[in-house]
Design a protein around this ligand. Structure first.
Ligand code: C5P
Length: 413
């Protein structure tokens, strides 16, 4: 999920990233990208073209990565720097990628360190174009991109539409934001066979149940746990659908986000999709009740007097109501947020809702539950003892859950 916590974590931790920077105004964003990747635990080697150095100084990158920024093909570090780099890195990301770079890469030129290293590597290559929208739409640029994608297997990330450099228009041409590029790099680094081509369905966030046109019943769920799961499943290579109640979080990268408001709406989307899911994770904090009737006019104090009562009607239990439609052999994960008898209540949910795993946490514990970025969970499964995990970021909890889902997927073939 873009903007999630910048602590060393999978899949960036301990991995080597070659960040190519070419001559575009968007190069100022690459400094942030290099810094974020370093904070995520990656070892980042930055290679700047001559044109890039018209915009940003190598020293700036050295400051944020703690490593020498590389500029020349023929350096004292040896003429074979490109060969060594090409072999050692786990992923190459060129951001920003100018029209000139795309042309040179498509031709297989070897006239600078960046292009030469591209020829010498077999690591995945991600290219993040950045240029004026008319240039991007030019047939030659498009042809170069097609060649890079189809012939060389490069991944093209972006560009986005939106304001370009001063006075340059609004069409597609803008480089993706660093947080999005970090996820594309994570996707290249995180691929896992158990998840390749698998379909993952995640529910997240609260639901809102209308009392009248302006008020609703809701809860304090931020959606963070479900969003982290969806993003992490995409990084592992799954096709992910995230069905989310109202949340302030940014849409995860690469994920099909379906926004809903009420439990009924969430139920309808899950019912429609669960039959195709290899994995379903029920991370939403669904309101158990909704106002029995939603008033069509705003409730007024003067009309109601000092007391008001609202009749509530039960919402569908989405996990239970859609159990019959699950794909045979699929893995289903539920959550249990409890305030007492954590393990007993969670174990009951494992049975009664037909979950393969239940992620249990205690709402009263500090650093766990709603509105925080950390969680302390115990994972219950059908086999084996409950596993109590330490206090972790929700991103790390997501990885722990998916490790177990991956093992179940593997064992079910
Ligand atoms: O019974 P409880 O609400 O504690 O169960 C929690 C689990 O059931 C979670 O995985 C939650 O997403 C799911 N759930 C659901 N529909 C509801 C209530 C809970 O899918 N109406």
């Amino acid at each position: 999920m873009p903007g999630a916590e910048l602590i060393p974590r999978r899949p960036w931790r301990g991995r080597r990233v070659l960040l190519g920077v070419t001559g575009s105004i968007a190069a100022y964003k690459s400094v942030q990208l290099a810094r974020d990747l370093t904070r995520l635990g990656a070892q980042v080697d930055v290679v700047l073209t001559d044109a890039a150095q018209q915009f940003v100084a190598p020293l700036l990158f050295e400051g944020v990565t703690g490593r020498k920024a590389l500029t020349g093909l023929f350096t004292v570090e040896g003429a074979a720097l490109h060969v060594r780099l090409g072999q050692e890195v786990d992923v190459v990301c060129v951001a920003p990628a100018t029209a000139d770079f795309l042309a040179r890469a498509a031709q297989g030129r070897a006239d600078d360190l960046l292009c030469t290293t591209l020829l010498a590597t077999r690591a995945p290559v991600i290219v993040c174009p950045a240029m004026n929208d008319r240039m991007f739409a030019h047939p030659q640029v498009q042809e170069n991109l097609t060649h890079l994608r189809e012939r060389l297997g490069y991944r093209i990330a972006g560009p986005a539409a939106g304001a370009l450099a001063a006075g340059e228009g609004e069409g597609p041409g803008r480089m993706l934001e660093p947080t999005e590029i970090e996820e594309h790099i994570g996707h290249a680094l995180g691929a896992e066979p158990a998840f390749a081509g698998r379909s993952v369905l995640v529910t997240a966030g609260p639901t809102r149940e209308a009392l009248d046109p302006v008020r609703y019943l809701g809860n304090r769920s931020s959606g963070r746990m479900g969003y982290a799961l969806a993003q992490a499943a995409w990084r592992r290579g799954a096709d992910v659908t995230l069905v989310s109640g109202p949340s302030a979080l940014e849409a995860p990268v690469g994920v099909d986000l379906v926004r809903v408001e009420t439990a009924d709406e969430m139920h309808a989307v899950v019912a429609e999709r669960i039959g195709r899911a290899d994995v379903t994770v029920f991370a939403a904090a669904v309101a158990d009740y909704r106002p029995a009737e939603s008033r069509s006019e705003k409730v007024k104090r003067e009309a109601e007097g000092p007391e008001i009562s609202v009749a509530l009607a039960a919402n569908p239990d989405i996990a239970r109501a859609t159990a019959g439609a699950r794909r045979p052999g699929s893995v289903v994960v539920g959550f249990a947020l409890e305030t007492s008898d954590l393990l007993a209540n969670a174990a009951r949910k494992l049975e009664s809702k037909g979950f393969d795993l239940v992620v249990a946490n205690d709402a009263t514990e500090e650093g766990a539950g709603f509105e925080v970025t950390t969680n302390r969970v115990t994972i219950l499964s059908r086999e084996g003892k409950p596993e109590a995990l330490p206090l972790l970021s929700k991103d790390e909890v997501a990885e722990e859950i998916l490790d177990r889902v991956g093992r179940l997927l593997g064992s079910r073939g």
